[in-house]
Design a protein around this ligand. Sequence first.
Ligand code: SF4
Length: 703
Amino acid sequence: MSQGTTRTTCPYCGVGCGVLAKHQDGITTVSGDPDHRASFGKLCTKGMNLGATTDPEGRLLYPQIRGQRESWSRALAYVGSQLRDTLDRHGPDSVAFYVSGQLLTEDYYVANKLMKGFIGSGNIDTNSRLCMSSAVAAHKRALGADAVSGCYADLELADLIVLTGSNLAWCHPVLYQRILAAKAKRPEMKLVVIDPRRTASCHGADLHIPLKAGTDLTLFNGLLHSLRKQGQLMPDRLASLDEVLPTLELAARGGEVAQVAAAIDVDVASVSQLFDWFAATDKVVTVFSQGINQSDRGVDQGNAILNCHLASGRFGRPGATAFSITGQPNAMGGREVGGLANSLAAHMEFGDVEAHQRISQFWQVDTLATEPGLKAVDLFDGIESGQIKAVWIMGTNPAVSLPDSARVRRALADCPLVIVSDCVAQTDTTALADVLLPAQGWGEKDGTVTNSERRISRQRAFLPPAGEAKPDWWILCQVAKAMGFGHGFEFANAAAIFREHAELSGLDNAGDQRRDFDISALAQLNDRQYDTLSPLQWPQPAGGPLQLQDQRLCADGRFFTTEQRARLVPVAAPVSAVPATTETGMRLNSGRWRDQWHTMTRTAKAGKLNQHAPEPLVQCHPRDAGQQQLRDGQLVRLSNGQGEAVLKLQITDAVRPGELFMPLHWNGQFASQAWINDLVAPLCDPISGQPAFKQSQVQIEAV
Ligand code: SF4
């Protein structure tokens, strides 16, 4: 590593690649960190172009109140007094935080501590709700904890990889490259892609199952039934047979392979091939992501996948697991600190009285929230209804990214107090803020993130802050003090917050080996050790040396349920609230494009990244385009009862008849008529509250 180079972590997706960054003469250059175990020196196009995104142009540089520049001291005093006043007059649940998987764990920890511990409300939720909250709920149901077991090395050890609801080649490119590299070394390794679309991930696949959108449950129930018939169940790892039977019987109702194939609208030979390969292969990894999670049946779909792996013993072993891959860089870290409205810090749960006492004593509060708060969509409903009178949005752009986003914008416009802390000056959300607080961006801030394999890595500062930008944790602490909560927020630096977070994770954990999240061994790190911390996975319990090798949860066959056995969850075949197609409408799917990230506030600054896809488009099958006499490249209007978008048409058989696909990134800042989430109904999974972004109904017509 050359002099002046800083070892840090990519701020985009949940792969969490290691980055070597250098800033010299006003130019930032980056390369992959060969020593980082998530990425071994690899970066995708987004990571490689990080240097082009760090210039100060477009940054929020100083605090503002209603458009007027203010000093930090006046802005903090104003925010503190306004939140205090709202709290005193209307109670804890009149205040809400909506935070982000872009925050570092230390920021997240302080935000959660302030809201749940001191303000006393559960009303803190995160944009990670939109990304993986269904996977969290599925893991809790099956394993008794939010315990994603696998590590990335499993992708190389597996003999069969199944990608479902995941365009890994574009959304998590470095993981896809790891799979292709392993497959090149062992050509007998199989890759299956289950996706209604023919995506870039299909290019390296041995088999593509282009199932009808929304039929994943039918397919995985069929797989479970097939595994049972082929004698592949390993009930010794499961709860009693009485508990397992309902799941098996429900799965059997989907019928034999021919019925399953007909239901998902795929040829029998392809479905049989998948079932046979799965049954014949000991080391199978099923990777799942947003295509599974962003559904009104997302939790059940996650459990249908987990059922197959748990029932057949393909779980918790090298090369064998069901693997939820998170979209965001720190979705996992947010879960660790209780960033979701329905959980408490350190994976402790609402309703667990001992956990309430443990946290209350640790934080020295008697105001701890004891009920879950509002999940993302409900939280903005609460703003619209007037229940929430003050909201603080941190590092995210809900005016674009939430379903029915036009309604979200209207709700924010009418909210008495909207505080936004962000590093970007102009977003659709900052435009609606009463108070703007400049936060440090990637390269300026310091802390940790946790990737999809539970690996905690340092993000390190190597740039001076833009303007008067401050760390999110610092802003939160100053506001907490201005509200009169000083005793809980006297942190000198990010390391001090991390130590407190680590200590809480191990509290009263002695002798209880079944707590999943425990990093108490890291509570003793001094500032220098924290600064030089190598990427490592949790758990890291106190009392032994740090575990530096790859770890899998539940490797000993013991799970986090009271009986320490895994649970199969009976899941019925889908009766989706929104039909796949109707006579008058088409089903609209959305997802990432290779070189853009979220609402493009950062990636659009890199000219090279814009070259891949310079404008929004909608993909439509030739049959549907022909029926409507639409031409490739012409402008079309998508509309439904909620909104409309005008954009270019691409005719391609990569999508199924009756289904449309549109990238999620463009919005009011970049294409004034392509607000995709204006078209998305606020329909959520009833358990997780995760919005169903992939099943809206729209009309398509020529403009
Ligand atoms: Fe960054 Fe994800 Fe690309 Fe890695 S794969 S460089 S974490 S965007």
